[in-house]
Design a binder for this molecule. Structure first.
Ligand code: GPV
Length: 841
């Protein structure tokens, strides 16, 4: 890539290319050109944001020949099998730092920026508005997967929605969450390329009718009421140290002019315009719910819209090189990220049968072979079930197809289990009741050849509790694929100091092969190494302390134990259990001011769904407790409570490297996997956690002695509930717990207002669905063990090093290798650049 070779037809033209050169002089020239010709600014007028844009274009240019080479000249020419990842969410985080790192030009960029602008590269990186096109773990997992797919050189396209407004920006006013619209596209997005030439039509509404085709076959025609256009915007996803640049293709809704013209011609101008606005609303905003199903019609439209565009796009690509569908399942593996894209099963059937005239059996065979389904939750309130009234009004043809799939499926079941009506109704794609509903998880399960959970326990519970009847009918479909995270973003970029120390000791192989971190174990008895490990953690904590001061005004002691819980606010995740323990800690300092306490800084961050009142109340309680604790002179630096606002990928990158203790305290059996648990451990935090999700596998790998375990296990949670769980028993028998609850109830943290937290207190005392009280004692005792461990710093840092060095398994590279081998049956396809070929020749 020193010089770029352009090929026009068969004539190679060699040019010294301003858009590929990696030497400092070429980069400076390119940077200034982009500033001038794209931002239309010269150095004197440019803002830091202009410089950010100019640098981003400079990097994007350097991805382009790899991108074209990857997609057109490798994937298409070799007719390789491609993974199509369908996801309603992608939380890809800031792109500039990642692209600089993956393409290997971070240091050059730093020098160029310093010499041309006098600014630090860091000042430019801060300018990027991160695309918040996801809620939490599910969307972030999709982003880690894209990084791993490209790094492993696996052909892939990520398909999703280009929301004009991503997840809201969270601000805290008077201790409560206030949502601000996320106008992330306001100043332009340098990474995306619109491709209006690949615009697709998506239909909605209307009715169906039967007809006989020219060959006398029975066919069905959908007469839709409305057509909406979908335009793709492509973002390059480059792998670490690889030439592979895969595509993230996000669809944006546009009104169809044709349709509006019809109304316009009928004289109803206002309606024509209103309708345009209505159509374009489809991709306007991300629904801010995590692990929760709301059943809004517009959400179903979003899901169908992006899935239909994506499947049409896949078929368009396929038909460029094929004239029948025989090879389709050998050329595409379509993975659906939870049930949000599950309508794709019915849509592929419709496209194959109605548009491409295949017979049912052939279409069904292709569909089942192509689709794989990942489940991400066991929570009943998250399972998508669309009332057939809504469904039939929006997608009448799909409803017919779903009925047909169901009938054929249930016929088979009936012959296998004659007379078992209970089984039939449990397996049915349609839930009977006051209002019939389409069960999207059932559609996804029947229409896929593979179903997977995201951690071992989770997969077992999927088989045993969530879909036991499906597991009985087709056990061979089920497998586990424990989640992972990309070490490029979560160690190399987020924690550069630690990455440097690791590289000094064991080289750089771990960046692509995280299992190599094991080699660090050899240094665990090396006092000098431990000291440097500790020093880096200390510096990272200092950085976070500064950020806390700047953003909240709270002064925290960087020498205290940084005890951190960051994730969406949800009752099952139990931020309030952490808080009860924090209150108890506060009370014991007040009661025993002269005792020897391990100073702690308890840090929270996370968004609450705007409609989730209890989650918002938990945020308010955290901030109320923080106010009282932080301003109490008796407490001083021994305890601080911090709520960091607007938790997102950028904030997360500051947090993980500076944690001593990672809080992973969900009620056992509720968290499918969790992924922050992995990022914390990689960065040397110790975990306090329950036997839930991937915690179990982390504990098994880092060693039970290096993990702080507490609480009921998933089986015990179920047993206790079955026996009849009574939170009052715990409240009455634990004075510490009772005191904390009574303080909250009495208004101790809310300036005497004894009504404010009543809903929270009452729910805990009378129901405690997530069994905080049952786990409280065990949790407190465990926190004592944490304190004791932290007192013995030598032991603590040994444990910290062992945690990092044993997290190799939790790289998303390992996860993706497993999907590729067991579900997708895809191979790596290395991409060779022309100048490399010539060099090799
Ligand atoms: I369903 N998850 C999420 O973030 N949002 C959702 O709507 C649903 C699941 C999460 C799970 O809660 C985590 O346990 C899991 O680690 C993550 O998905 C990725 O699998």
């Amino acid at each position: 890539w020193k010089k770029h070779i352009c090929r026009t037809e068969h004539v190679p033209i060699q040019v010294q290319d301003d858009r590929t050169g990696m030497d400092i002089e070429t980069l400076k020239r390119a940077f200034l050109d982009n500033l001038y010709y794209i931002q239309a600014k010269d150095k004197g007028w440019a803002t830091a944001h202009d410089f950010f844009m100019a640098l981003s274009y400079t990097v994007r240019d350097r991805l382009l020949h790899r991108w074209i080479k990857t997609v057109e000249q490798t994937y298409f020419q070799k007719d390789v099998k491609v993974v199509c990842y369908l996801s309603a969410e992608y939380l890809i985080g800031p792109q500039l730092s990642k692209n600089l790192t993956n393409v290997g030009m971070y240091e050059q960029a730093r020098q160029v920026v310093r010499e041309v602008t006098g600014l630090d590269l860091y000042d430019l990186l801060e300018q990027e508005d991160e695309p918040g096109l996801g809620n939490g773990g599910l969307g972030r997992l999709a982003a880690c997967f894209l990084d791993s797919l490209s790094t492993l050189e696996i052909p892939a396209v990520g398909y999703g929605i280009r929301y004009e407004y991503g997840i809201f920006q969270q601000t805290i006013r008077n201790g409560t969450q206030v949502e601000v619209p996320d106008r992330w596209l306001r100043f332009g997005n340098p990474w995306e390329i619109p491709r209006p030439d690949y615009t697709m039509e998506v239909k909605f509404g209307g009715h169906t009718e039967a007809y006989t085709d020219e060959r006398g076959r029975y066919q069905v025609r959908w007469i839709p009421q409305k057509t909406i256009l979908g335009t793709p915007y492509d973002t390059p996803m480059v792998g670490y140290n690889s030439n592979t640049v895969n595509t993230l293709r996000l669809w944006s809704a546009k009104a169809s002019e044709d349709f509006n013209l019809q109304i316009f011609n009928s004289g109803d101008f206002a309606n024509a315009v209103a309708d345009k606005v209505y159509s374009e609303n489809i991709t306007k905003v991300l629904y801010p719910n995590d692990n929760n199903y709301q059943g809004r019609e517009l959400r179903l439209m979003q899901e169908y819209f992006f899935v239909s565009c994506s499947l049409q796009d896949i078929i368009r690509t396929y038909l460029r090189g094929h004239n029948n569908f025989d090879q389709f399942p050998n050329k595409f593996a379509i993975q659906i990220n939870d049930t949000h894209p599950a309508i794709g099963i019915a849509e592929l059937m419709r496209l194959l049968i109605d548009t491409h005239q295949l017979g049912w059996d052939e279409a069904w065979d292709i569909t089942q072979k192509s689709f794989g389904f990942t489940n991400h939750t066991l929570l009943p309130e998250a399972l998508e079930r669309w009332p057939i009234s809504v469904f039939g009004r929006l997608l009448p043809r799909h409803l017919e197809i779903i009925f047909e799939i169901n009938q054929r499926f249930l016929d088979k079941v009936r012959s296998q289990y004659p007379g078992d009506d209970g089984k039939l109704s449990r397996l049915s794609l349609i839930e009977e009741g006051a209002e019939k509903q389409v069960r999207m998880a059932h559609l996804a399960s029947v229409g896929s050849h593979a179903i997977n959970g995201v951690a071992e326990l989770h997969t077992e519970l999927v088989k045993k509790n969530l879909f036991p009847d499906f597991y009985q009918v087709f056990p061979e479909k089920f497998s586990n694929k424990t989640n992972g995270v990309t070490p490029r973003r979560w160690i190399l970029i987020a924690n550069p100091k630690l990455a440097l120390l690791i590289a000094e000791k064991i080289g750089k192989g771990w960046i692509k092969n995280l299992e190599e971190l094991k080699q660090l174990e050899a240094f665990v008895e090396d006092a000098e190494f431990r000291h440097r490990w500790e020093q880096i953690k200390q510096e990272n904590k200092q950085d976070l302390a500064e950020y806390i001061l700047q953003t909240t005004g709270i002064h925290v002691d960087a020498n205290s134990l940084f005890d951190i819980q960051v994730k969406r606010i949800h009752e099952y995740k139990r931020q309030h259990l952490n808080l009860l323990q924090t209150i108890a800690f506060y009370n014991s300092i007040k009661q025993n001011p002269n005792a020897d306490f391990v100073p702690r800084t308890v840090i929270f961050a996370g968004k609450a769904a705007p409609g989730y009142a209890m989650a918002k109340l938990i945020i308010q309680l955290i901030n109320s407790v923080a106010n009282v604790v932080n301003s109490d002179p008796d407490i001083g630096d021994r305890l601080k409570v911090v709520f960091l606002e607007n938790y997102n990928v950028s904030v997360a990158q500051r947090i993980y490297p500076s944690a001593d203790l990672s809080e992973q305290i969900s009620t056992a059996g509720k968290e499918a996997s969790g992924t922050s648990n992995m990022k914390f451990a990689m960065n040397g935090a110790l975990t306090i956690g329950t036997l839930d999700g991937a915690n179990i596998e982390i504990r098994d790998r880092v060693g039970h002695e290096n993990f702080f375990l507490f609480g009921l296990n998933a089986g015990e949670v179920v047993q206790q509930k079955a026996k009849g769980y009574n939170p009052w028993d715990y409240y009455n028998n634990n004075p510490q717990l009772r005191q904390a609850i009574d303080q909250i109830a009495s208004g101790y943290f809310s300036k005497g207002d004894s009504n404010l937290f009543k809903p929270l207190v009452e729910s805990l005392k009378n129901r405690d669905d997530y069994m905080l009280f049952a786990d409280y004692q065990s949790y407190t005792e465990c926190q004592q063990r944490v304190d004791n461990a932290y007192r013995d710093r030598d032991t603590w840092w040994r444990m910290s090093i062992l945690n990092s060095s044993r997290t190799g398994y939790f790289s998303s590279d390992r996860t993706i290798r497993e999907y590729a081998r067991d579900i997708w049956h895809v191979q790596s396809v290395p991409v060779t650049l022309e100048d490399e070929q010539e060099e090799n020749a």
